[in-house]
Design a protein. Sequence first.
Length: 66
Amino acid sequence: MPDILALKEWTVRTARLMVGIPDYQTYVDHRRTFHPGQPIMTYEEFFRERQDARYAVGKGGFRGCC
């Protein structure tokens, strides 16, 4: 049964990334593992940062979908 749960988690994570929804828990786990003691963005901060990066906001690049 654990293999089915792992497959489900992977599928959900992949689907979210395909439609542009970043995986906050993966970010938090990475920060705790590889950058202990450093601040972790809130979900809202993380979502905004990922959205800005996706659309190159503030970098003189693409500033929207249309």
